[in-house]
Every structure is written in C-alpha cells, then in structure tokens.
Design a protein around this ligand. Structure first.
Ligand SMILES: Nc1ncnc2c1ncn2[C@@H]1O[C@H](COP(=O)(O)OP(=O)(O)O)[C@@H](O)[C@H]1O
Ligand SMILES: N[C@@H](CCOP(=O)(O)O)C(=O)O
Length: 318
C-alpha cells in the first residue's frame, strides 16, 4: 500500500472544519496509488477523496486543481475539488499540500472492450476542447526535458541491449520534437497519464477521469498516444488490438477531428508515449521512495511496447 503520510480521524477532526463538509466520519488509506497518499473520506456531507501530495508543491498544485475545476464546470467528467470556506482548493496537512475532491462512482475497467475505448476516446476529445480556454500554463513535467535528465540516471542499470535502445530512442525523439510537423501539432492541457486505472466506469457508462497530477500543457496527440498504449493493447505482447484502437480513435475523431500533421506524427508519438513510461518506471524501480507499502510497476512492459511500436506500424488516426 502506498500511503507515504499516514492520517487518522483524530488528525483531521479540527482540520476538516475549514471545509463546508461537516464532521469527518471515516477515513481509509487507498492502496493502489504510487505518487501521492490517498484516502477515502466520509463526512456528514458525503463521500470524497483526500489526497496529500508527496512531490508536487503548493506553487505547482493550483494548475492541476483549477484545471479539474475548469473541466468539471464544462461538463467533462472529472472529480470536482472542494473549496475551503475561504475559497482555497488547497490546504496544508502534516505540513504538506492536501486537497479534497468528489469521489467518482464505479470502478476501473481493467479489461476494456471497444465500447469502453470509444467512451474514453470521446471524453478525451471533449476534455481537450474544454481545456482550450484554460488560462494557466504549466509544461508537462514528465516531458522531453525530464527524459533528458532521467536517461543518464537509469542507463547504468540497463543491459547493453536496453541501453542501446534507450539512447537510440532518445536521439530519435529529440529530432522528432524539433521537426516542423511536431510544431504544427495542437497543444493544450493534457491528462498525460490516462491509463485504465485512472478512469472509472459503471458498467459501460464512463463516470470520470481522475488522477490529474501528471497533467500539463503538451500536444493533444501525446495524450491520445499514452491512452492508446494502455487501453488498446494485448497486455502480454504490447501489440495493438485494432478493434479497440479503431473504437477509441474514431470516437475521438468524431468529437475533435485529427489533423494531417497529427496523422503524420502518429507513429513517432506512440513511441514517445511508450518511452515516457519506460523511463518513469525505470526511475521508480531503481530510485524507489519510502512508503508503508509500495509495488513498483514493471519497466519491461514499456520497453516491450516501445520495441513493438518501432517494429510494427499502428493503424492510422483516421
Ligand atoms: N476522485 C476519485 N474518486 C474515486 N476514487 C478515487 C478518486 N481518486 C482516487 N481514487 C482511488 O484512489 C486510487 C489511487 O488514486 P491515484 O490518483 O491513482 O493515486 P496516485 O496519484 O498516488 O497514483 C485509485 O485507484 C482510485 O481507486
Ligand atoms: N500510469 C503510470 C504510473 C502512474 O501511476 P498512477 O497510479 O498515478 O496512474 C504507469 O503505469 O507507469
């Protein structure tokens, strides 16, 4: 279980009074996260999720929380942050930034079918459009600059074969990020981590996207590639499953049509999305932080996906 900062009901008895939520009735640590300490919180007003941010600062957090607020206000299904009695979306708990957001119904769909992929594709396109007038700017903190910084830190742990792949792909992605087609890609706030475990479904009904704490301003296509690489693959081989890819891309395209530049950039972008998670998983694997209980994700999964995207062209965007 990844609870880096434990919290008890006693700890928040007074603290909760700054929110219009009544008394706290129960609090329970959530096992599955790897970045933050999360708790299901029941108060006299209902059910919520309390997050204590372990890595993001008071200065960085308004970008994420106001983005969720912005999107929720425009009908995109995301958790709505609860403001304090003085209108703040953030408060300090055990000396760290903390927020309370609404709890989404349902559960994650870990074995998605085309119908789920279509729902995700359509909501992702709506999210990109709704984010167009979001006024705050913050780069994707796990973008190319972070890859450049992280690569030398993980290279010493890799086999010759994997190190060769990482160096070569970094070289390829640096060139891609500097090319004219890349410059033409539409950008805006993106989720950047829209994996199956960050979306809730009630049956076939999508109830919301959550875990926006890797969000940032980046190309919309990067967001699509991250999402396809998790939702539309054979999990053992990393091979794309065409019916799920088509369902997701067609549903996205129907809401926000892809451009010719995006079509051209699609294959390298799928590689970029695989590289990003290979790198972060390597980093988390070899430089783990302390937690009460923590299971690092398997880096080789994304190395396999990267090799597969290099070897086999994906179905086109449209
Ligand atoms: N708004 C929410 N509504 C319902 N469940 C949530 C919500 N936010 C988080 N959770 C639950 O908490 C778990 C961990 O949250 P997550 O944001 O993925 O953590 P981390 O950022 O630490 O990786 C999720 O798998 C989900 O079960
Ligand atoms: N989705 C990433 C890791 C981030 O974890 P999350 O629980 O916050 O989604 C991965 O799978 O490597």
């Amino acid at each position: 279980m990844a609870v880096f900062t434990p919290v008890t009901l006693d700890d928040i008895g007074q603290w909760i009074q700054q929110f219009p939520l009544g008394k706290a009735l129960t609090i329970k640590g959530i096992a599955s996260g790897i970045e933050n300490s999360n708790f299901f919180l029941t108060t006299e007003r209902g059910e919520y999720v309390l997050t204590i941010f372990e890595n993001l600062s008071f200065e960085q957090l308004p970008f994420y929380l106001r983005l969720m607020d912005h999107l929720a206000a425009r009908g995109v299904l995301v958790p709505a942050p609860v403001a304090t009695n003085t209108g703040e979306l953030l408060a300090s708990l055990h000396g760290k930034p903390a927020a309370i957001v609404s709890k989404l119904e349902g559960r994650s769909q870990m074995d998605p079918q085309p119908v789920h992929c279509a729902a995700v594709g359509a909501m992702l396109a709506r999210m990109h459009l709704a984010g167009q007038d979001y006024p705050l700017q913050q780069p994707n903190l796990r973008g190319l600059a972070w890859w450049n910084e992280t690569t030398p830190q993980v290279l010493p742990y890799l086999s010759d074969e994997s190190a060769h792949l990482l160096r070569a792909e970094m070289h390829f992605q640096q060139a891609f990020a500097g090319c004219e087609t890349y410059r033409q890609l539409q950008q805006g706030p993106v989720h950047a981590d829209l994996f199956r475990n960050n979306v809730m479904f009630d049956g076939e009904r999508l109830t919301g996207f959550f875990d926006f704490y890797f969000a940032g301003c980046d190309t919309w296509l990067f967001d699509v590639a991250v999402t396809v690489n998790d939702w539309c693959i054979n999990l053992d081989t990393g091979v794309l499953d065409t019916p799920r890819v088509r369902a997701m891309l067609d549903a996205y395209h129907a809401v926000r049509p892809f451009t010719a530049a995006e079509q051209e950039a699609w294959q390298p972008m799928l590689r970029a999305a695989a590289l990003r998670f290979w790198l972060s998983r390597l980093y988390d694997f070899y430089q783990p932080r302390e937690a009460e209980m923590l299971t690092p994700h398997d880096p080789t999964h994304f190395e396999r996906i990267l090799r597969e995207r290099i070897a086999t062209p994906a179905p086109g965007l449209y």
